[in-house]
Write a new protein. Structure first.
Length: 516
């Protein structure tokens, strides 16, 4: 059997040779590798007894927990495909994903019962909460444990949803091989990796690649994962210190909130912390310098997208140190290609551009997705001749460092969450007082970017920001709702009717700067 065959082969190996080593802990339970294997085997057996098999989709609508992670591993064991559902979405958004994924079984926290629409209520469901039926601990008692790996290699491990330029979510198919190779590429590129028994803190949600792949690093390399139910700025800092955490993965806004919310953070003891990995959005230079002074550890930035499992480039710890010394321009870079990956900058016809010229960032490597779930046309447009077209515009210098300049797809990244303007524009256009609408991202000191709604009025009324929030509240997830607006006489469009977002950014350039 190949070393990179199955995720759960690694769990089995560690359970056999270092079963007493702690794998995962949350505020309710703690499992070593041997205990985790037994629980995962039982969950897989209960899934099989419930009629689930290879290729079936299972939804997980829950905050982080040891059982959330064990459910994911049980899916991997059996060949069932896990679909993590973002609990920050609205009920219609969750309903769309559940229908699209054809979820046949749901694991959920009681607090998210209201997000279960007609489709999910029609499927079998198991609640993680002890006082709800059917209860998870009771449910796993059925069936015989499944002790061996039934899937691996190029079988789909999980289906993670992202939005495209149309705003409609697409299911990205990630395989066992994708994940295992990504966890190999990282240490090879950065010189940093998990060690047996090393403690990692999981604060990013498990429905997000940062949280999930971070947790799986512990499973694969024999590390210990301290799992927080969700992000709490004070709790994160307390745990980093008290649990003597060695490494964690965050988005920059988490670091910013923690510094604001913990007045004595500079006096805390983080002497065991050797690495903070960050990604999903850039980090401001002032914030980075402040964090490096406080935590006194290495920082590594990753750039990628769900279609690439996790990362395409890394700005390593050495790069960060060089940036703070004699190469400040590196802080504007997202780093160089990870091991085994090639990156090119191309024009609209796919031709490689000379060094320093701006074009679309495309990448080729073993971490690229298997494709989009039941969307062959979209897959063919995104991966062309083995090259992932990221939709990001950037340039590359002579040393191979990549600099992102803009987003070809106009995506906005707010607090690490992707926001696609077309989805917001569709909602705005349904308001009777809005004749035309466009959404662009403007800089924000707290969130990195926030959406600005540029509106053309029908003449009936001029909406306030409060009116807009109230109108969007039950139609969009909270982080997507535009809380800033501006009125114009008409939106700039090209001859085919496409809104010229570049012109809008230029028109509101002062607004974009002043919010930073």
């Amino acid at each position: 059997m190949s070393l990179f065959y199955s995720l759960t082969d690694h769990l089995d190996f560690h359970a056999q040779v270092r079963g007493d080593t702690l794998l995962a802990s949350d505020d309710k339970q703690t499992l070593n590798f041997a205990e985790a294997k037994r629980r995962v085997d039982r969950i897989a057996g209960a899934m099989e007894a419930s009629g689930l098999g290879a290729g079936d989709r299972v939804g997980i609508l829950a905050k982080n927990s040891v059982d959330n992670l064990c459910t994911f591993l049980a899916c991997a064991r059996l060949g069932v495909v896990a679909v993590g559902l973002n609990y920050r979405l609205t009920q219609p958004e969750v309903e769309f994903i559940a229908n699209d994924a054809e979820i046949k079984h749901l694991f959920f926290d009681a607090e998210f019962d209201g997000l279960r629409g007609d489709y999910l209520r029609a499927q079998p469901g198991v609640c993680y909460d002890a006082d709800r039926a059917p209860n998870f601990d009771k449910w796993i008692e059925q069936g015989e444990p499944v002790t061996d790996s039934r899937a691996g290699g190029d079988d789909v491990l999980f289906q993670m949803y992202t939005s495209g330029t149309t705003g409609l979510p697409k299911g990205v198919l990630i395989t066992h091989r994708n994940v295992l190779l990504v966890t190999y590429q990282g240490p090879m590129t950065t010189g940093k990796g998990h060690r047996v028994g090393e403690k990692g803190l999981v604060v990013a949600p498990l429905f997000h690649a940062v949280g999930l792949v971070g947790a799986l690093m512990g499973v694969i390399y024999g590390g210990t994962m301290i799992i927080h139910r969700d992000y709490d700025p004070v709790g994160m800092i307390d745990t980093l210190e008290k649990e003597q955490i060695n490494t964690t993965a965050v988005i920059p806004v988490m670091l910013q909130f923690s510094i604001i919310c913990v007045p004595d953070i500079a006096e805390r003891d983080f002497s065991n912390l050797h690495t903070i990995n960050y990604g999903a959005s850039p980090i401001a230079e002032d914030l980075l310098r402040q964090c490096m002074d406080i935590f006194k550890c290495d920082f590594i930035q990753g750039y990628g997208q769900t279609e690439a499992t996790l990362a395409l480039t890394f700005l390593t710890a050495d790069d960060h140190r060089a940036a703070l010394n004699d190469k400040p321009q590196l802080l504007r870079s997202c780093g160089r290609a990870v091991f085994g990956t090639e990156i090119r900058i191309v024009d609209e016809d796919g031709n490689t551009l000379p060094t320093g010229e701006i074009g679309e960032i495309v990448a080729s490597g073993p971490q690229l997705m298997k494709g989009y779930w039941k969307r062959d046309d979209a897959t063919g447009k995104t991966i062309v001749d083995g090259w992932l077209h990221t939709g990001d515009a950037g340039r590359m210098d002579a040393e191979g460092y990549v600099y992102i300049q803009d987003r070809v797809k106009d995506m906005i990244i707010s607090g690490g969450e992707n926001i696609y303007p077309a989805e917001l524009e569709n909602v705005l256009m349904s308001h009777p007082a809005i004749q035309d609408a466009a959404v662009i991202g403007v800089s924000d000191e707290q969130w990195g970017e926030v959406p600005l709604a540029v509106l053309v009025s029908t003449g009936q009324q001029e909406l306030t920001a409060e009116d807009l929030v109230a109108f969007c509240r039950d139609k969009l997830a909270g982080y997507k709702i535009p809380r800033q607006l501006a009125y114009v006489e008409a939106l700039p469009r090209n001859p085919t009717g496409k809104i010229l977002k570049k012109d809008l950014r230029e028109q509101f350039r002062d607004r974009m700067k002043n919010t930073a």
